[in-house]
Design a protein around this ligand. Structure first.
Ligand code: 2YJ
Length: 271
């Protein structure tokens, strides 16, 4: 299951970027640009983002254009130091416009996929991977390392599964809960993770949580002092959960887009 961004959520993104970045620095020790480099595993001096030209192309298929979505993507990318514009036209005409204007990277999203296509390299970064990698880096920063630590992943969808694999690869002890047990079983077949049978009990036993589920989180189950890295939409916490949590890292678009931008740019970096 995937939750689509709404006009209301997206409306507030541009105005919140600087404040979000400040919060991220105090939460993780990294601003969004450093976090994106960390997520992709590339040293900042290895790619120069200035001069990279990014186009965001609105896409009308399916449920259609989300107001300010492309503008928000462009603004997030500008804050990283890249050049960015939104095409006037949507869809194929918009893509043609982006290419004619010399775009190096094109962001576009329908209801299923959100990609950053590097035209020069013929490769794309996808939002599910980038979101997982970005929120794993954020949790790692906030927890000052994940190796040997118990981490709970809520949701074994695309983002949760990738996050679980990444953290298991970092030496964390990963437990995964999904209401759909089969998803967790499939994941545990290929990755060294434990399966949680009950979300509440699992929450009560963890202080490091990566939440990639659209479900609400019951504050009564939250352990005092928990660090949540939480890309899941809609915002899942109640008042009690927010009070008990030590930290909640959450945004609707910023981290995922920043990681996509840096990863996509890295595809055409000169060795
Ligand atoms: O161009 C637009 O304004 C719309 N077509 C954007 C649609 C954005 N798509 C989503 O929010 C989907 N949930 C897909 C995101 C992939 C997440 N991994």
């Amino acid at each position: 299951m995937m939750t689509r961004l709404t006009d209301d959520i997206v409306e507030k993104i541009i105005g919140s970027l600087d404040g979000k970045n400040e919060a991220l620095i105090s939460q993780t020790g990294m601003g969004i640009l450093d976090l994106a480099y960390d997520a992709v595993g590339i040293a900042p001096d290895k790619i120069d983002l200035r001069g990279v030209k990014v186009a965001a192309v609105p896409v009308t298929s399916g449920l259609g254009v989300i107001k300010k979505f492309s503008e928000s993507v462009a603004e997030i990318v500008r804050k990283l130091g890249m050049e960015a514009f939104v095409t006037e036209s949507a869809d194929v005409t918009g893509l043609a416009e982006a290419l004619s204007a010399g775009a190096d990277i094109v962001f576009m999203a329908d209801d299923i996929k959100f990609i950053a296509l590097n035209i020069r390299a013929g490769r794309f970064s996808n939002n599910s991977f980038a979101t997982a990698a970005g929120y794993v880096s954020a949790l790692k920063g906030a927890a000052e390392g994940l190796a040997g630590k118990d981490v709970l992943v809520l949701g074994a969808g695309r983002v949760g599964s990738i996050a679980a694999e990444l953290m298991a690869g970092m030496g964390a002890c990963v437990t995964v809960y999904d209401i759909d047990e089969k998803k967790v079983k499939d994941l545990s077949d290929k990755t060294d993770i434990k399966r949680a049978e009950d979300a509440g009990a699992a929450l009560s036993a963890h202080t490091l949580v990566l939440n990639a589920s659209p479900a609400a989180i019951d504050g009564r189950c939250v352990k005092e002092g928990t660090i949540f890295s939480s890309p899941g939409l809609p915002f899942p916490f109640d008042g009690l959960g927010m009070k008990k949590a030590r930290m909640i890292i959450h945004d609707p678009l910023d981290i995922g887009v920043a990681v996509m931008a840096v990863q996509s740019a890295s595809f055409s970096r000169r060795p």
